[in-house]
Design a protein around this ligand. Structure first.
Ligand code: SAM
Length: 257
């Protein structure tokens, strides 16, 4: 039976085999990899991945699509988790884990943040996202795309936009341009440098009002001498502060806030 795409679940199904070949070439799944796919839908990516891998975990919220996957041609090689990915506990999956998915665009940032606590167990993540979101993820300081998402993710991952995917590669076509991003966790030593709670607090505060100077956004939170020691003037704006500078400031503050 034909599936009617559900808008509320951000359903846009990949139909372009050229893109699927290119994507699988970038992911390079190996037979024994532990891999999970978020939002398999009708199984376009799933089928291509299963050409290479023995077994795959999938997380799908749509009851009808989950049922198709549970009973369809790949049923013996799939574990179907029928649930909202935002409630899924990635710690229950075997590691080291690879994560892939053509994500529902309306909740792509919450999914990226939900995966952050599991970064220690993750090998890599390949996602199809709205191109505009990937531009923000990989943005460098001093550019208009640079913001909280860039800093929070760059502290933990090396990220690369691999290629763009036009709307006509999907059915139904989304209104926006899409792209593929590769995210590889930075080394454990680099990740351990980041005092998570303080880091997240000062980054959120810095970008709370993007056009305001840091001395407004950081009032009562970051003393000027600590910012200046990291080479950051309180008259600067958050978009001028590099990820490394945010980390340095967070480290200096970690026992005080
Ligand atoms: N992977 C398929 C493809 O490329 O053709 C479908 C991609 S579609 C953009 C997003 C998929 O994520 C849909 O199958 C949708 O039902 C599923 N989805 C949406 N919200 C979800 C959620 N909160 N948890 C798990 N899956 C979700």
């Amino acid at each position: 039976m034909k599936h009617q795409a559900r808008k509320r679940f951000g359903q846009h199904f990949l139909t372009d085999t050229g893109i699927l070949t290119q994507l699988t070439g970038e992911i390079r799944p190996l037979p024994d990899d532990h891999m999970v796919e978020i939002g398999p839908g009708l199984g376009a990516m799933t089928a291509w991945i299963l050409k290479h891998i023995k077994h795959l975990h999938v997380i799908e919220i749509d009851r009808d699509l989950a049922e198709r996957l549970r009973t369809g041609q790949w049923k013996d090689r799939l574990t179907v988790h029928e649930m909202d990915v935002l409630n899924f506990d990635f710690a229950t999956l075997p590691s080291p884990l690879r994560v892939v998915g053509n994500l529902p665009y309306n909740i792509s940032s919450p999914i990226l943040f939900a995966l952050l606590p599991h970064v220690d167990r993750i090998v890599d993540q390949h996602f199809m996202l709205q191109k505009e979101v990937i531009d923000r993820m990989v943005a460098k300081p001093g550019t208009s795309d640079y913001g909280r998402l860039s800093v929070m993710l760059q502290a933990y991952y090396d990220m690369e936009l691999l290629f763009d995917v036009p709307p006509e590669s999907f059915s139904p076509p989304p209104r926006v341009m899409s792209a593929i991003v590769r995210m590889e966790p930075r080394s454990k030593a680099q990740r351990d440098e980041v005092p998570q709670t303080v880091f997240s607090k000062i980054v959120s505060a810095a970008f709370a009002q993007k056009r305001k100077m840091l001395r407004n956004n950081w009032a009562d939170l970051v003393p000027a001498e600590i910012a200046e020691h990291a080479g950051v003037a309180m008259t600067a704006r958050a978009e001028e502060v590099s990820c490394e500078q945010f980390i340095q400031i967070a480290k200096a503050l970690q026992h005080t806030i």
